[in-house]
Design a binder for this molecule. Sequence first.
Ligand code: NZQ
Ligand code: ZN
Length: 392
Amino acid sequence: MKNFAYYTPTQVVFGKAVEEETGRLIREAGGSRVLLHYGGGSVERSGLLSRIRASLEKEGLFRVELGGVVPNPRLSLVHEGIALGRKEGVDFVLAVGGGSVIDSAKAIGYGLANEGEVWDFYERKRKAKGCAPIGVVLTIAAAGSEMSSSCVITNEDGWIKRGYSSEYSRPRFAVMNPELTMTLSAYQTASGCVDILMHTMERYFYRDGGMELTDGIAESLLRTVMKNALILRDDPSCYDARAEIMWAGSLSHNGLTGCGTDGGDWASHKIEHELSGLFDVAHGAGLAAVWGSWARYVYREDAARFARFAQNVMGVSGAGTHEEMAEKGIKAMENFFRALNMPTSLAELGVSPTEEEIRTMAEKCVRGVGGPVGVVRPLEVEDIENIYRMAK
Ligand code: NZQ
Ligand code: ZN
């Protein structure tokens, strides 16, 4: 077991109609001049934005607004948000949306609390010394950014998608009403479920340390998400299934399923981030498209772990070597992705990178990490190229 620090300062307010408490929560968190940040229109169409405005007005909070965050959020809008926030003396950033809006809010928060170019943090040139306080009203269960320390931004100059993590950016509160996710398309719901699974699986496939309790929580979380994802496929308006998935989304990425380990592998995420940076695909769908190829490329390094995954998560039974069990487990997870109408190849994802693009993505991937990617089998540029080719 490895030493660990577990820090989850986010106040979670969960259930029906909780968005009405947003104004009060900002006040309690010390905010008075709010930048209300949102995406491309879903929150306007659903009427959520009007309810949030009313909740802020009820508390007498000053407000400026910046919409237009796109999936795989862009650095240029972050710059716009920082300029607006500075001009208006903003002291709190409220994200109403999904991972993209939350991450854009976090990046604006970094820009408000630090001098100089915010992209420096994502390029690992320097570390942030703070972040303006962030609050979240979550509308999609997926990225887990509502409780995570992570923030992923795409720089249009070169289409470089990079994450930056620091404890400063963990939101002060997360308002989570599962009903708000009922307007999602089947594709976005399923894509979110894959991302939640993957945040747990990235941590589950570690090399060093480990705890029985952490493994048990992870396996239970994975089984719960799989079960409820299928319920939502058939009945998108099932509140209880929406709630299970939403809470799992937060727990899968707030650090809980990484306690006592080396932190996990994360190669599939890095490999996917290059895809969504270059081709602008949905992050969860991109993960589904590459995971099987990653797993087949690396599982022999720790076949026992993959065999345990097959048995405890995928319900694979019967006798067999670790390798045989591992292969059955990988296949079962791919079949599950298919059952959710998620892609299991780049072609199904709608992407066909050239050899040159494959090389560029693999090089950027290794450069972004600053060395080999992942821990199960540390991957060099050539390995990552092979995985992209296998995933075609
Ligand atoms: O922009 P709008 O109109 O709101 O539409 C969004 C968007 O098109 C739509 N949507 C969200 N809630 C909705 C809704 N449509 C109808 N009803 C609702 N209730 O869904 C689309 C996707 O939204 P987005 O925020 O992009 O989804 P997600 O939460 O999956 O976030 C993806 C981003 O998060 C990053 C990903 O790389 C990607 O950039 N990640 C962030 C992480 C973090 N900060 O901890 C970790 C993750 O691994 C991930 O990398
Ligand atoms: Zn993810």
